[in-house]
Structures are given as structure tokens and as C-alpha cells.
Design a protein around this ligand. Structure first.
Ligand code: NAD
Length: 256
């Protein structure tokens, strides 16, 4: 059980981040949710999780594209035993046409934010004598696809940073690992299914298997619960010697 531990999950008002926050809360951790908005619905999400799992849960607004706000998120959390760097965005374009501002935003949100939050959280973990850094990378942290230069660069960068953090904390009760999901069933992916089916003149099931999950041999999406469960495992005693590595949750993508 993670009772008494506090987890900060960046970009957690939807998708994988929210799923990870829910699984950590289910395991007993207090959670700090985050995104760059500050709506009533953001705070309501935290309240719901707190009630459902009987843990302390709150929402802290911070824009992960800005280094100072990344650090402020951790400072506002006050304590950070488990840091989940999850916030991320995507843009798809050939490299010679890739908009500079999109490149900068992806590198900032998907990679630099993990540097800032980790730098702010490590002293807290050291003080507590225990810590877990869990970076949500991607199959694209290990392999590449065309037209995703910024995303693939950022995710490879995160995998590299994970190894450095692991080495710098190797003698302490702190681990750093990256989870590398393939395609995960999130609202965003869900929304693409009807359009993809229409575009290719296929049934939705065919569009999923032949187009969206082309590179995922299982032909099934991973679920946010499975990503969350992997994070909970990395927080367990069984995972205490797992550090500086990646865990793929990709239905066989990186085995191809
Ligand atoms: P999502 O769009 O549902 O979630 C992204 C989260 O990041 C949201 O909560 C969003 O509010 C937040 N966010 C975006 N910009 C932010 C900013 N500037 N500051 C703070 N928060 C910000 O997408 P998702 O699929 O849940 O993705 C979560 C992570 O998982 C990303 O890092 C993504 O690269 C990674 N990932 C997703 C998949 C997939 O198939 N869905 C696969 C591999 C990796």
C-alpha cells in the first residue's frame, strides 16, 4: 500500500495521467493532479478521486511548458514521494516543414518539464528517504516513426534522463524508470476512430486493427488502468531494484 505517500502527476486531468492518478490513489497514495487550466471541473476531478479512494487529493494549476511553473508545482505539493512526469503533446509534420513553435513546445512539455520537476522533487525524496520517479515516455522513446521528429526526440531524451537520474540516486532508496506505452485507449484516440474508418472506408474495428494499431501486434489498445498498474508496481517493494530502465506496455510493438 502507498498510504502516507504523496504522488504528483503532471498533465493528469485526462487520459493516461488521470488513469495513473486513480490507480495510485486506489493503492492508497495522496495525489496532486495538474494541468495548465484552472477550471471547476479540474478541482472537481481531484475531489471525486479523494472521495472515491479515501485519500487526500488536490488539483494544482501549472503550465509544464514553463520551467518555473514546473518547479512551483512541486513546491506547492510540499512533499513529493512519487513523481509521475506524464504531461505531453504531439504534432505531426515532416522535419523540413515542422513549425518551430511546435518543436519548442513539444521539447518543453514532453522533456524539459521532467528535468525541472525532478530537480525540485529529488531533495524532497532524499529528505523522506524514499522516492520514485516515473516518466511516461512512449514506444517512441525507443523507436521512431516519420513526421514525429519533436516527439521522438523528446521521448528518447526522457529515456536518457531517466538513466541519469537512476545513476545519481543509485545508492538511495529512490528509483527512476520510464514506462513506454504503445497505443493507449484514451478519449483522444477514441475520437480518431470514426474519422479513420471513414477515411479508409473501413469498419471501425478494421480501422483499429489495420490502421491505428498497425504497429501493435496484439491489435489491442493498452488501457490507462494498465499504465497506472505498471506505475503502482514500480512503487512496490518488488520493484526496489528496478531502476534506470524502461518498461514497455505496447502489445509487442518494440519486439517487431
Ligand atoms: P492527453 O492529451 O489525454 O493527456 C495529456 C495531458 O497533458 C492532459 O492532462 C493535458 O491537460 C496535459 N497537458 C498538455 N499540455 C500541458 C501543459 N502545458 N502543462 C500541463 N499539462 C499539460 O494524452 P495522453 O494520451 O493521456 O498522454 C499522456 C502522456 O502519455 C503523454 O506524455 C503522451 O506522450 C504519452 N503517451 C500516450 C500514448 C497514447 O497512446 N495515448 C502512447 C504513448 C505515450
Amino acid at each position: 500500500t502507498l498510504k502516507g505517500k504523496t504522488a504528483v502527476i503532471t498533465g493528469s486531468n485526462s487520459g493516461i495521467g488521470l488513469g495513473v492518478a486513480r490507480e495510485l490513489a486506489k493503492a492508497g497514495a495522496d495525489v496532486v493532479l495538474n494541468s495548465f487550466t484552472d477550471g471547476d471541473e479540474d478541482h472537481a476531478l481531484a475531489e471525486e478521486i479523494g472521495k472515491e479512494f479515501g485519500v487526500k487529493a488536490r488539483y494544482v494549476k501549472a503550465d509544464m511548458s514553463k520551467g518555473a511553473e514546473c518547479r512551483a508545482l512541486i513546491e506547492q505539493a510540499g512533499v513529493c514521494d512519487i513523481l509521475v512526469n506524464n504531461a505531453g503533446i504531439q504534432h505531426v509534420a515532416p522535419i523540413d516543414e515542422f513549425p518551430i513553435e511546435k518543436w519548442d513546445a513539444i521539447i518543453a512539455i514532453n522533456m524539459n518539464s521532467a528535468f525541472h520537476t525532478t530537480a525540485a522533487a529529488l531533495p524532497m525524496m532524499r529528505k523522506a528517504g524514499w522516492g520514485r520517479v516515473i516518466n511516461i515516455a512512449s514506444a517512441h522513446g525507443l523507436t521512431a516513426s516519420p513526421f514525429k521528429s519533436a516527439y521522438v526526440s523528446a521521448k528518447h531524451g526522457v529515456v536518457g534522463m531517466t538513466k541519469v537520474v537512476a545513476l545519481e540516486t543509485a545508492k538511495e532508496a529512490i528509483t527512476a524508470n520510464a514506462i513506454c506505452p504503445g497505443y493507449v485507449h484514451t478519449p483522444l484516440v477514441d475520437a480518431q476512430i470514426p474519422d479513420t474508418a471513414k477515411k479508409y472506408g473501413m469498419s471501425e474495428q478494421e480501422a483499429i486493427e489495420k490502421v491505428i494499431l498497425e504497429r501493435q501486434p496484439s491489435k489491442q489498445f493498452a488501457t490507462v488502468e494498465q499504465i497506472g498498474g505498471t506505475a503502482v508496481f514500480l512503487c512496490s517493494e518488488a520493484a526496489a531494484q528496478i531502476t534506470g530502465t524502461t518498461i514497455s506496455v505496447d502489445g509487442g510493438w518494440t519486439a517487431l
